[in-house]
Every structure is written in C-alpha cells, then in structure tokens.
Design a protein. Structure first.
Length: 255
C-alpha cells in the first residue's frame, strides 16, 4: 500500500497544482486595483487596421491621453482626457473622472464627430444627450436605451472606455484570470468580462527588449492580446483579430 501511495502522490500533487492554476480567478472589486501602478501624465497611441498581415495600414488614428490626479466636488479623483485624431479631423474626445481610491466612475463626458455629445453624472445618475436631459419619460427609442443601460449600472463597475488605464492597475500573475465588471457609457448594460494572463513575452520596443505580461481576451468574433510592461505596467501593444479576418493594433508611441 505504501508503495502505491508513493507512486500516486506525485501525480496527485501535479493535478492539485494544475487545479490551483485553473482556479486562480479574481473578480475585480473595489479593493483589487493597484492604483499606485497607474502612471500620471501624457501618452499617445497609434491605432490602425490591417486587412491582412501583409496589407498596408488603414484607418490610422492617434490617441492622445492625459491622466491627472485632482479634486472633484470635494473628492480625490483621477481624471482621464482623451482626444482621438484621424486624417485632418478630430474623431472623438472624452473626459472621464474616477475615484482615486478604487477607480469607480463618477463622471463621463463623450463627444463623437457626427454623433454628438453625451454626459453621464454617475453620482446623481443624470444623463444629457446633446445638452438635453434624458429621464425615464423619454420617448425616443435610442435615447431611452442609453438611459436604461446607464441606470442599470448600480453596483461597483469600471469604465470600459478606460481599459488601457485599468489594465495598468491589475495585480498580475501568470495564469491568473481577471473578471472585470465593465460598463461602456452610452452602450449596453454592465457585464463581467474575462481577461487571462497567458504568459510572459519580450517585446522589441524603442530599441530595447521589454519584458511584458501577456493579457488575453477572447469571445465570438473577437480575439485581443495585450503586451503590458512588467516594469511600468503600461500597455505597450494590443493586437486584435476580428472574425479571423481583420487585424487592429494599438501601439504606444515613445514620448
């Protein structure tokens, strides 16, 4: 019997180790983000699309992002301002304000070229679309849908429009899965989205080899892979494959 136990013990320990890896899942809550990992200041990203790996770049954009610590209505907050530039035009701007202690959104203002402006006051649960306040009595179907999804966001959630910043604050560990309560202001209701640290990789960046965490998200018709610097926690690169046909990239521009 003892000899059998000795034979089985390594196998059982190996299986337990595999199970431990599989269940290393963190449902992101107010206490989980490492706020100190987020870098304050300005950054830029080049965003573009490839019809295939050998095709020329199309739909080029420059994303300008500014992260600051400040005060808002007596609270310590982190503000993020974004300006997306396309060819000869500004495509999008957004100002997002989140609590400094846990990054919970308190305010989000968004403007899209040819689509207009939306303002979300999370503290007061008030919404304005093109400077018109929207409430439960709204008759316009699209506006009512935006209002319904916004008011459904009641528990702790994170602003999906700030995913690059949020990814900088995750407690990374190999084989760990993060279940993030995301809400994209102006779109569908909040939902939990899973991202898994699939491994580590050296990214050739700015003439250097940068050690990175690999963070992956996959769902039907969409695969995303992010390279996050192990030293600075910045997202340096994203590769997205859409319906196994089109590639989309985000590359951090060296300041």
């Amino acid at each position: 019997m003892k000899s059998i136990i000795k034979l089985l013990l390594p196998i059982l320990l190996y299986k337990n180790a595999l199970i431990a890896q599989e269940i290393d899942t963190i449902k992101i809550s107010q206490k989980d983000l490492q706020i100190n990992q987020l870098k304050v200041g300005k950054s830029q990203y080049l965003v573009y699309i490839l019809e295939d790996k050998n095709a020329p770049k199309t739909s080029l954009q420059i994303w300008n992002i500014g992260v600051n610590k400040e005060s808002y209505q007596g609270k310590n907050v982190i503000s993020v301002f974004q300006k997306w530039e396309g060819k000869d035009t500004i495509i999008h701007t957004a100002k997002s304000i989140s609590l400094a202690e846990n990054f919970k959104p308190v305010y989000h203002e968004s403007w899209w070229n040819k689509r207009g402006k939306q303002v979300f006051d999370e503290d007061k649960k008030k919404l304005w679309i093109d400077d018109e306040e929207i409430d439960s009595s709204e008759l316009d179907v699209k506006k009512k849908s935006v209002y319904s999804s916004f008011t459904a966001a009641k528990d702790y959630f994170l602003n999906w429009h700030l995913d690059l910043e949020i990814f900088s604050m995750l407690p990374y560990k190999k084989n760990r899965t993060f279940v993030i309560p995301f809400y994209e202001f102006g779109y569908e209701k909040p939902k939990s989205v899973s991202y898994t640290v699939t491994g580590e990789n050296d990214l050739f960046y700015n003439g250097q080899r940068i050690k990175c965490w690999l963070l992956q998200h996959e769902e039907e018709g969409n695969k995303e892979l992010f390279w996050i610097s192990k030293a600075t926690y910045e997202v340096l690169k994203m590769e997205q494959l859409i319906y196994d046909k089109v590639y989309r990239y985000k590359l951090k521009i060296v300041n």
